[in-house]
Design a protein around this ligand. Structure first.
Ligand SMILES: Cc1ncc(COP(=O)(O)O)c(C=O)c1O
Length: 421
C-alpha cells in the first residue's frame, strides 16, 4: 500500500506466526494458543446481566456520549479514590475510551505535531510506539528488560536509560510512555519509581502517559501503584486503564483515561470529532462492574496465578526455565538453552509446527525483545500442561541447525502425527 501513514508502519512480526496458526487450524490441527493476550474466561454474570437489562430500553439505543456517560465517569473517580487514594474530578479529569488502545491512539493524534519525540520502552505493547508513529512522531526506544529477580520492582534500568538519553539530547521530548505491570515483560515498579519519574519529567515539562491495563492482575501482596498517587503528578501525567483484563471484557471495548486536565481535554475534544462513544449499555455495565462486588476480580486474579504456577512448573519439567511473572497475564521467557541461536521468530514458528503451541516472539514488541518469547495465560491449566508435554518432546529432539529449521518450519509434520498418535 502506498499511503503515507501506512508506509510508516513496519512489517507486523506477529503476521507470520498468525498466518501459520490460521493455516494449521484450517488443516484441523488443535493449536494450543498462548499467543495473544485475549482473556478467555468470559465476563462476570452480573456485568452481562446489566448490559442485557440496559439494552432492552430503546432510549439507550441512541448515540451515546463520546467522553462517557456521567455515571461511568463518577464510577471511575470512585475507583481511583478507593484503589489509589487519588481524587479525580469526573467532569474534567477523566474520559471514557473505546478500550485503552483507542484512547492511546486518539490521544496520540490529539497531542502530536510531526517530529515530536516520544520515548517508549522497548519492548512494549505495540500501540505505545505505533500509535504515535502513525501520526508522525519520532519514537525514541529505551531498552527495558526485567532485572535478575523477576518478582522485584525493576523499572530503574529503563529510567536511567531514559534520563541519560534526555539529558544528552538537545531536544525536549513531548512525552514518555510508562506501562506497569508490563506487557510483554511482566515487570512491575514501585511508588518510588513513579516519584522519580514525575520529578524528572515535571521539571522538564515532559508528559507522562501511563498505561495500567494490568493493574489488577498481580500476584505479590502489594497491588501495583498508579503514577497519579505522586503529588502533583496530575500536572504532567495521564493514565489509561482498561476493563478488558480486570473484568475479562476484551470484546466490549471499554476503558478510560484519567489525570491531567489538558491531556484529558485534548482527548475529549478529538473524540468528540471522531466518535459518539461506546454503546450506552456497555458504559452502564462498565459502571456496574466498577461499583459492584469485586470478588470477581479476585477470582480472575487467582485464575491467572494458578495458570502461571502450572506454566512455570510444567515448563521447568519440560526443560524450559521460565521466570515466574509477578503480575500481568504473561510470562516472559528467554529462549530455551541450546535454542537461542534460532531467534525468537524462528523458534515460535518451530514450536507451532512441531508442538502445536502458539506463542508470541519477543521481538514483535521491539528489537530488545529478541531472544525472548511471550506466553499468554489464556488457556486452562489442563491445556497448559498439555502444551508443556508437547514442548518437552520438541525440546527433547534437540535444536535443529538453522537453515534446516527454516526449511522445516513451513513443511514439517506436526509432533502428534510424527509420534503416530
Ligand atoms: C499494555 C496494554 N495496554 C492496553 C491494551 C489494550 O487494552 P484495551 O482492550 O482496553 O484496548 C493491552 C491489550 O493487550 C495491553 O496489553
Amino acid at each position: 500500500m502506498d499511503f503515507h501513514r501506512i508506509k510508516l508502519l513496519p512489517p507486523y512480526v506477529f503476521a507470520e506466526v498468525n498466518a501459520m496458526k490460521a493455516k494449521a487450524r484450517a488443516a484441523g490441527q488443535d493449536i494450543i494458543d498462548l499467543g495473544m493476550g485475549n482473556p478467555d474466561t468470559g465476563t462476570p454474570r452480573h456485568i452481562v446481566d446489566k448490559l442485557v437489562e440496559t439494552a432492552q430500553n430503546p432510549r439507550n439505543h441512541r448515540y451515546s456520549s463520546s467522553r462517557g456517560i456521567t455515571g461511568l465517569r463518577r464510577a471511575i473517580a470512585a475507583y481511583y479514590g478507593r484503589r489509589f487514594g487519588v481524587e479525580i474530578d469526573p467532569e474534567t479529569e477523566t474520559c471514557v475510551t473505546i478500550g485503552s488502545k483507542e484512547g492511546l491512539a486518539s490521544l496520540a493524534g490529539a497531542m502530536t505535531a510531526p517530529g515530536d519525540q516520544i520515548y517508549v520502552p522497548d519492548p512494549s505493547y505495540p500501540i505505545h510506539a505505533h500509535g504515535f508513529l502513525i501520526v508522525g512522531a519520532e519514537i525514541v526506544p529505551v531498552k527495558q528488560l526485567p532485572g535478575a529477580d523477576p518478582s522485584a520492582p525493576s523499572g530503574y534500568d529503563f529510567m536511567q536509560g531514559f534520563k541519560r538519553a534526555v539529558e544528552a539530547s538537545s531536544r525536549k521530548p513531548l512525552a514518555v510512555i510508562l506501562s506497569y505491570p508490563s506487557n510483554p515483560t511482566a515487570q512491575i515498579v514501585d511508588l518510588d519509581f513513579y516519584g522519580e519519574m514525575v520529578e524528572f519529567c515535571r521539571s522538564r515539562k515532559i508528559y507522562i502517559l501511563s498505561d495500567i491495563a494490568y493493574s489488577e492482575i498481580y500476584f505479590n501482596d502489594t497491588p501495583p501503584p498508579s503514577v497519579l498517587q505522586i503529588p502533583r503528578a496530575k500536572e504532567i501525567a495521564v493514565e489509561f486503564t482498561s476493563m478488558s483484563k480486570t473484568y475479562s471484557m476484551p470484546g466490549w471495548r471499554i476503558g478510560f483515561a484519567t489525570g491531567n486536565k489538558q491531556l484529558v481535554g485534548a482527548l475529549t475534544k478529538i473524540k468528540s470529532w471522531l466518535d459518539y462513544g461506546a454503546f450506552t449499555p456497555i458504559q452502564v455495565a462498565a459502571a456496574a462492574a466498577l461499583n459492584g462486588p469485586q470478588d470477581c476480580v479476585a477470582h480472575i486474579r487467582d485464575l491467572y496465578q494458578k495458570r502461571r504456577d502450572v506454566l512455570v512448573s510444567s515448563m521447568a519439567a519440560a526443560g524450559w526455565d521460565i521466570p515466574s511473572p509477578p503480575a500481568s497475564m504473561f510470562a516472559w521467557a528467554p529462549l530455551p538453552k541450546g535454542f537461542e541461536y534460532l531467534g525468537a521468530l524462528e523458534f515460535s514458528k518451530l514450536l507451532l509446527t512441531h508442538a502445536e503451541v502458539a506463542v508470541s516472539p519477543g521481538n514483535a514488541f521491539g528489537a530488545n525483545g529478541e531472544g525472548f518469547i511471550r506466553i499468554a495465560l489464556v488457556e486452562n491449566e489442563q491445556r497448559i500442561r498439555q502444551a508443556a508435554r508437547s514442548v518437552k518432546k520438541f525440546l527433547g529432539q534437540g535444536a535443529p541447525d538453522a537453515p534446516a529449521a527454516r526449511a522445516t518450519a513451513s513443511n514439517v509434520t506436526p509432533l502428534k502425527k510424527a509420534a503416530g498418535r
